[in-house]
Design a binder for this molecule. Structure first.
Ligand SMILES: [Zn+2]
Length: 176
């Protein structure tokens, strides 16, 4: 499967995103052993400065909102003391496609670009997590001026998720 994007692919952006997502996947492996969920997000500015980074902390903090993207956005907004990040031209990089909640969180934050690893469909197939319903979200983001690139280094990401499942780590979700 090839790269998914809502604009014509810019190879420089994609190469930069590959490097960052490989690093985030490698950090995810370490953080899973420390009790974190198998997802990591980071926010960078246009000059490549790291603004915020977080793991998924749902189990550790006993809070279903504590996805990596939501936490990274909270850290960035605290850092800038502003609920609107749009003027800072920030990009969010995350090891798997954002879920239904995080898509909302990204939209409200003013983040300008999203780069993700493993698509939700594969996350659900591998782990059993429920990523939610997200019809046409790439087009909806495009309408709002938010660039999205996905399926970046997905094989590495899928391996991280497979190892998480094999290790018997928690698949946290509400009982149905
Ligand atoms: Zn999420």
């Amino acid at each position: 499967m090839s790269i998914i994007a809502n604009e014509e692919i810019d190879n420089a952006k994609l190469e930069n995103a590959r490097k960052i997502i490989i690093d985030l996947q490698n950090e995810t492996k370490i953080n899973v052993d420390r009790g974190k969920g198998p997802f990591t997000a980071a926010i960078f500015d246009d000059n490549g400065n790291l603004i915020a980074k977080s793991s998924n902390c749902v189990v550790e903090l006993k809070c279903s909102n504590e996805h990596a993207e939501m936490l990274a956005i909270m850290i960035a907004e605290e850092k800038f003391n502003n609920y609107d990040l749009s003027k800072y031209n920030l990009s969010l990089y995350v090891t798997s496609e954002p879920c239904i909640m995080c898509i909302g969180g990204i939209m409200w934050s003013g983040i300008k670009a999203v780069y993700y690893g493993v698509p939700s469909k594969r996350v659900e197939e591998i782990t059993g997590f429920d990523e939610g319903f997200k019809p046409g979200w790439l087009e909806e983001f495009k309408k709002r001026g938010i660039t999205v690139y996905g399926n970046i280094e997905h094989e590495l990401g899928e391996k991280v998720l497979e190892d998480y499942v094999k290790a018997g780590k928690p698949i946290y979700k509400p009982d149905r």
